[in-house]
Design a protein around this ligand. Structure first.
Ligand code: APR
Length: 311
């Protein structure tokens, strides 16, 4: 069987860490791409990671590049190119600079890997995934934003600490925009199949939701020089794995919704079935009046943000 090919555009913190997780899961061969201004950096990181393979026991070819030729015919392309935020900045503050970067990247991806599934990680996510879709001309099912898996992972981590149980036993679902905008659904959150509302008091649950919502900012404030990368990279690789191994995982992702949830043509966080074709299905969950209101206000923010980008 031919090995899958994964290209990662942007060999910074998120990109290099995603390469690390993907290699350790033996997902396929990896090409790490960055700009000519940092010639040698993606090649050096790729070579260093490849040299760890005899120790870790994975068979993945990993190369670095500052052009797109080596990425040709990738199965999955992960876009992490752009600038990350610093303390005091919101994700939305990155929009002007990252729009230009993501547009160029997506055009190159479409030219060199016309059949790839593209996973966008660059922020502000809900707008950047829209830019990548427009610039690539890809069908909507092959452009997906990574946000919900990370946001739920943060939520699940904090809940596991609270309940005192394995992180593996906590299941959660979030909708809407990334981070500050996310809509956690307590009704769809369980620990070992037990509704979370039976295990965590409402006031504590509200505090945990707030912490998860600000999860990115908490890390930015601690790091001071950049933003989170271990969990964002792990979330991205979980999505890539679902696609490459055709696992049909149900994961919350930023997917293009038109009639779904009555969104009308934007990328927002919803549960999707991820497989070889990318987004194979969007699942519409039942929402009560309050959940729908929160979701609508999150979607409204995404729409406002997208209207400011020029693709
Ligand atoms: N093509 C390829 N790579 C690019 C381009 C481009 N046009 N423009 C910038 N880059 C590269 C930078 O050279 C840098 O190596 O993208 C990399 C970004 O890496 P970091 O600065 O370490 O940022 P990181 O923490 O990885 O975050 C990247 O993901 O989570 C989001 O908000 C985050 O938008 C940010 C992105």
């Amino acid at each position: 069987m031919r090995r899958a090919k994964i290209s990662i555009i942007g060999a910074g913190n998120v990109g290099a860490t995603a390469a690390h997780w993907a290699a350790s899961k033996e997902l396929g061969d990896i090409v790490l791409v960055d700009i000519p201004a940092v010639e040698g950096m993606p090649q050096g990181k790729a070579l260093d990671l490849y040299e760890s393979s005899p120790i870790e026991g994975f068979d993945s070819r990993i190369i670095g590049a500052t052009s797109y030729e080596p990425t040709a015919n990738s199965d999955v392309v992960i876009v992490t190119a752009g600038v990350a935020r610093k303390p005091g900045m919101s994700r939305d503050d990155l929009i002007n600079i990252n729009t230009g970067i993501v547009k160029t990247v997506a055009e190159n991806v479409a030219r060199h890997s016309p059949n790839a599934v593209m996973i966008v990680v660059s922020n502000p996510l809900d707008a950047m995934v829209y830019v990548a879709w427009k610039a690539s001309g890809f069908p909507t099912k092959r452009v997906i934003g990574q946000a919900g898996v990370l946001d739920t992972a943060r939520f699940r981590s904090f809940l596991a600490l609270e309940v005192g149980c394995s992180v593996e036993d906590v299941q959660a679902l979030l909708l809407g925009g990334h981070g500050d905008d996310m809509v956690p659904l307590a009704r769809y959150t369980f620990a070992g199949g037990i509704p979370i509302t039976q295990l965590v008091k409402k006031e504590r649950l509200d505090e945990i939701i707030k912490r998860a919502r600000n999860g990115g900012k908490e890390i930015v404030d601690l790091l001071k020089t950049g933003s989170a990368y271990y969990a964002p990279a792990a979330a991205t690789v979980q999505m890539a794995e679902a696609i490459i191994r055709d696992k049909k995982r149900i994961l919350p992702c930023a997917a293009y919704c038109d009639k779904e949830y009555g969104i009308g043509g934007y990328f927002v966080g919803v549960p999707v079935v991820l497989g070889t074709d990318g987004v194979e299905r969007i699942i519409e969950v039942e929402l009560d009046a309050e959940e729908r209101k929160m979701f609508q206000s999150s979607v409204d923010h995404v729409k406002e943000l997208v209207k400011t980008v020029k693709v």
